[in-house]
Design a protein around this ligand. Structure first.
Ligand code: NDP
Ligand code: 8X3
Length: 259
């Protein structure tokens, strides 16, 4: 059987890089897309000819068009799309956060993911085969202070994944949303805290966080289920991360106007 072609966005670091490595080692042909082309080239040096580096900013639809149109023969029919590119910027409350940061998150996590999916989906439908694997987040379900727009973008990813399944009724195309909690070993928090490495390091101190290979193994597992099985959603968190009670602010009741 010819090896399947998988497009992984956000392949230059973190989960994406590890997903590419895991899939290439399993014999898949992997197109790794990201903005930093030199990083992708270095990954190709390690992974060899089964890896194809593709410079593509998912938030720029014209760039996506051009990049996908540039794929050489033998790399054009994408069987699996892993929508992994994404980011969080800042942890400030909504009334102080940077609107520009919000726009970047929306343009990447929502518009980018949606546009790439819209581009790839028609050929999957015409061949009646394919798998879209989205990387969401527990932040799309569990609200937390400072999660404002980041969490909202991941809630979008969750609902979009499920609505895709609704539209794909009657086809063999599968859709999976993987929703990780606290994960270390990636650039995620360095990006979120804009290069404040101390702050990023402290977040993971003693937390026993999920690692990129855990996510890569989860992607592989969802992908390698028998063709009649659709894994719709997976939430994956470190054992150290759990739930707490909803906070109640008792100082408000000291204000007579509220009684
Ligand atoms: P990293 O910051 O390590 O990697 C993010 C990747 O996305 C990089 O390869 C980056 O490459 C790429 N990327 C960012 N913006 C764009 C863009 N506009 N176009 C193309 N590629 C882009 O983060 P993680 O590996 O941790 O995160 C991967 C995904 O997992 C994200 O969607 C994130 O929201 C999600 N996630 C992460 C968690 C965590 O705790 N780490 C937990 C839950 C979900 P480049 O800069 O070269 O473009
Ligand atoms: C990343 C997990 O909790 O930092 O999506 O938002 S969290």
């Amino acid at each position: 059987m010819m090896s399947q072609i998988i497009l992984v966005t956000g392949a230059s670091a973190g989960f994406g890089q590890n997903i590419c490595q895991t899939l290439v080692e399993k014999g898949y042909k992997v197109i790794g897309a990201a903005r930093r082309y030199e990083k992708l080239q270095r990954i190709q040096e390690e992974l060899g000819e089964q890896f194809y580096p593709l410079q593509m900013d998912v938030s720029q639809p014209e760039q996506v068009d051009k990049a996908l149109a540039s794929l050489p023969v033998g790399w054009q029919e994408i069987d699996v799309l892993v929508n992994n590119a994404g980011l969080a910027l800042g942890l400030d409350p909504a009334f102080e956060a940077s609107f520009e940061d919000w726009q970047t998150m929306i343009n990447t996590n929502i518009i980018g993911l949606t546009y790439v999916t819209r581009k790839i989906l028609p050929t999957m439908v015409s061949r009646n085969q394919g798998h879209v694997i989205n990387i969401g987040s527990t932040a799309g379900t569990v609200p937390y202070p400072g999660g404002n727009v980041y969490g909202a973008t991941k809630a979008y990813v969750k609902q979009f994944s499920q609505n895709l399944r609704a539209d794909l009724a009657g086809t063999r195309i599968r859709v999976t949303n993987i929703e990780p909690g606290l994960c270390g070993g990636t650039e995620f928090s360095n990006v979120r805290f804009k290069g404040d490495d101390d702050r990023a390091t402290k977040l993971y101190d003693g937390a026993g966080s999920i690692q990129p290979e855990d996510i890569a193994n989860t992607v592989l597992w969802a992908l390698e289920q028998p063709a009649h099985v659709n894994i719709s959603r997976i939430e994956i968190v470190p054992v150290s991360q759990t739930f707490g009670p909803q906070p109640i602010d008792r100082t408000l009741w000291n204000d007579d106007s509220l009684l």
